[in-house]
Ligand binder design. Structure first.
Ligand SMILES: C[S@@+](CC[C@H](N)C(=O)[O-])C[C@H]1O[C@@H](n2cnc3c(N)ncnc32)[C@H](O)[C@@H]1O
Length: 331
């Protein structure tokens, strides 16, 4: 038994550190993720999302361009791009849902699109593309493998001066106060009708009854109350200028100054996709909701005064896998 578990451990460690294998496993696990109408219905109905893309496509895709739509889904971005009269659009998707996109194109008599049913990393193109349009942003920005997929296509099939739309992103992890049933106090912080749970604090961190290692929870916008500090991105990067994922640091020590007196019970995660200075698609919790739900690192509830400092560390062992992320408040 010990031999088998050692062997399994070694194999998993090997996979974890092997980029190509990691990607294959990631794809196998996620290939069915966008095969249902509901997930596409949410994205289509997200008018902030669709309008940002429409404005950017109208501005940056030119007549005669060769365009790649990575992860076409319903084909919506290709259909918007087709209005610009490009030379050709390659609409790629690894999901069999692509057959629905093809039927929508046919029904709406939209031509000039070649639908390619494969993973983008298996896609080749003799002529190079002028633009890659993409919507590969996950709830925590990185989890749909955006960096790997886009940087791979950029290297192999995008012209040297080609454009990734959107390419620029900023990523935020902000101390906040969230109320609502999805962000309950930790059990040891609760006192219900005089029943005391506080003794559970000692064993909480190592308890087998703790479901999530890092307490990263899903949250809905309505539960967000306020930020404690002025929001500043932790990471800003531009896929148009970087060439490898390694250019993005995965470990941070951050100090923020409190600008609003109040309680914090965690850190909210969101991102901006920056098409340009006038066109930013933001999932910030103080704006109207989008199809991206926010994620939240739950921490013990604590009161802060204006001018207090919040020191915390964020480690993202594997950017695409939020279960490997951890956040620790240090003061
Ligand atoms: C968030 S959806 C976006 C769909 C559509 N572009 C839109 O804006 O509504 C991402 C799509 O990318 C596809 N996808 C993810 N990784 C891919 C890859 N490496 N190659 C091809 N398709 C991929 C998924 O199957 C999914 O349909």
């Amino acid at each position: 038994m010990k031999l088998i578990s050692n062997l399994l451990r070694k194999t998993l460690l090997y996979i974890k550190n092997h980029k190509a294998l990691k990607n294959i496993i990631y794809d196998v696990i996620n290939v069915d993720e966008f095969t249902d109408f509901y997930s596409h219905e949410r994205m289509l109905a997200d008018s902030r999302r669709v309008n940002s893309y429409k404005i950017a496509i109208d501005k940056y895709i030119k007549e005669g361009d060769t365009v790649i739509d990575l992860g076409t889904g319903t084909g919506i971005l290709s259909f918007l791009a087709a209005k610009q009269k490009p030379k050709k659009i390659y609409a790629i998707d690894q999901s069999k849902f692509i057959e629905v996109a093809e039927r929508i194109a046919k029904h709406n008599k939209i031509e000039n699109i070649e639908f390619v049913y494969k993973n983008s990393r298996q896609f080749n193109l003799a002529e190079k593309a002028d633009v890659i349009v993409q919507e590969q942003m996950g709830l925590i920005l990185f989890e749909e493998n955006m960096l790997t997929n886009i940087l791979d296509l950029k290297k192999r099939v995008l012209k040297k001066n080609g454009l990734i739309l959107p390419g620029k992103f900023s990523f935020f992890v902000e101390p906040a106060f969230i109320s609502g049933i999805n962000t309950p106090p930790f059990i040891y912080e609760q006192k219900i009708h005089g029943i005391d749970f506080s003794f559970l604090k000692q064993e909480y961190a190592s308890s087998i009854f703790k479901k999530q290692k890092n307490d990263l929870n899903y949250q809905t916008t309505t539960a967000f109350k306020y930020f404690l500090c002025n929001p500043e991105p932790i990471i800003t990067f531009d896929l148009n200028t970087i060439n490898t994922e390694k250019e993005i640091k995965t470990s941070y020590n951050i100090t923020k100054e409190v600008t609003k007196e109040g309680f914090s019970n965690g850190f909210i995660i969101y991102f901006n996709a920056i098409f340009d200075a006038e066109n930013i698609l933001s999932t910030a919790p103080d704006l109207n909701e989008t199809s991206w739900e926010r994620m939240f690192f739950r921490t013990e509830k604590r009161h802060y005064n204006i001018g207090d400092k919040i020191n915390f560390s964020l480690t993202m062992e594997n950017l695409v896998d939020r279960s490997t992320w951890s956040l620790m408040v240090k003061n």
